[in-house]
Write a protein that binds this ligand. Structure first.
Ligand code: ACO
Length: 332
């Protein structure tokens, strides 16, 4: 838990998003695996997702970043820090942040990637808060960019229906006390690592003929187990961070939850006593885009006029690791 009395606040001054043009519908998936439009809609709330043709994480991330910078009226050369949350980087190294820096012309920025699966964007915001709020940098570009289609097993019906590609970005700068970022809660539990994992390709199990044959370069997920933990943790996260800020559930104007499953979102909303108007949902259009989900949802909520000045907005994310994170933003 951050002790936010030690750092100044930050605020978001620009948002951007980039979704690939190609749409993969549930009906398309019916032709690929043994599933049905009805099963996918009922069990997940997903209707369609976006899938890249040839783009990779830095391409979507750069596009979203340029839009966010334009809205923030900050030139790329004036960006001081770029943090990219991704579990599908262009390459293991250099970081995707390096490629984005080059592509957008942010030649004066420090650059790094963050790996915290679906909670990556909230973790990246946490880092930006400590570094910009702590006075090390004047601004930061925070990006969530994922090409989950590149690690999805298109023969596994239990996972391939869930994921999509996309990117979201925001620009943060210092803010006055009691505005912008009010509080943050981050956590994790490595004991549950096997519930959601990309088994091969790292130093533990380097790429080899056998790992490819065994399809170990794709996401493996125990969905049922994750579902229960996700609901419990997301409720706890939101409650802890609101309490830390001296706020009640009823003070919340908009919850932006990670978009993994509509049933998870509805269960979380119910336990937090929130109305439909207090919860942002776009999973039907994009599926689960891991770190990009909350980034795109925040951008879309803003574009749709769902966030106004003075609103209390809570981001609430959970993902493979396990990792989780929640933050409260008083919109300025
Ligand atoms: N089409 C039709 N039937 C299917 C499909 C499919 N696509 N997938 C699974 N089934 C079948 C199963 O085989 C099973 O059949 P059986 O009863 O004959 O064995 C039945 O449907 C029920 O399967 P469950 O796995 O129990 O289905 P469930 O209701 O749990 O839904 C789902 C599965 C959608 C994956 C859900 O568990 C879920 O969303 N879990 C959470 C995912 C999550 O939160 N991930 C974390 C973030 S992601 C990240 O970090 C990248």
């Amino acid at each position: 838990m951050y002790s936010h009395s030690k750092v100044d606040s930050i605020k978001i001054v620009g948002l951007g998003k980039c979704l690939p043009k190609r749409i993969l519908t549930n009906l398309d998936l019916e032709k690929m695996v043994d599933t049905s439009e009805d099963w996918i809609t009922t069990r997940t709330g997903i209707k369609e997702r976006r899938i890249v043709d040839k783009e990779y994480a830095s391409i979507l991330g750069s596009d979203a970043s340029l839009k966010a910078l334009k809205r923030a009226s900050i030139k790329p050369k004036d960006v001081e820090l770029i943090i990219v949350a991704t579990i599908t980087p262009d390459t293991q190294f250099p970081s995707t942040a390096c490629y984005i820096q080059k592509d957008i012309g942010a030649k004066n920025a420090a650059v790094l990637d963050v790996s915290a699966a679906c909670a990556g964007f909230v973790y990246a915001l946490g880092l930006a808060w400590s570094l910009v709020g702590g006075g090390f940098y004047k601004n930061a570009l925070v990006v969530g960019s994922e090409i989950l289609s590149s690690i999805t097993d298109w023969k596994d019906r239990s996972t391939c229906i869930l994921f999509g590609d996309g990117a979201g970005a925001c620009v943060v700068v210092p803010a006055k006390p009691s505005s912008g970022m009010l509080g943050m809660y981050l956590g994790g539990d490595g004991n549950f690592a096997d519930l959601l994992i990309l088994p091969a390709g790292g130093s533990r199990l380097p790429a080899a003929n056998q790992t490819v044959k065994k399809r170990l370069h794709y996401i493996k997920m125990q969905g049922n187990e994750l579902f229960k933990i996700a609901v419990r943790i997301m409720v706890e996260c939101a409650q802890k961070v609101l309490k830390k800020c001296g706020l009640k559930n009823s003070d919340l104007d908009l919850l932006i939850p990670h978009q993994a499953n509509l049933r998870i979102i509805n269960a979380v909303a119910k336990r937090l006593n929130l109305t439909q108007e207090q919860v942002f949902v776009n999973i039907h259009k994009y599926g689960n885009m891991s770190s990009a989900s909350t980034a795109v949802a925040l951008c879309e909520a803003y574009e749709q006029g769902r966030i106004k000045k003075g609103d209390i907005v809570v981001l609430d994310a959970f993902g493979g690791g396990l990792v989780w994170g929640s933050c409260v933003i008083k919109w300025t």
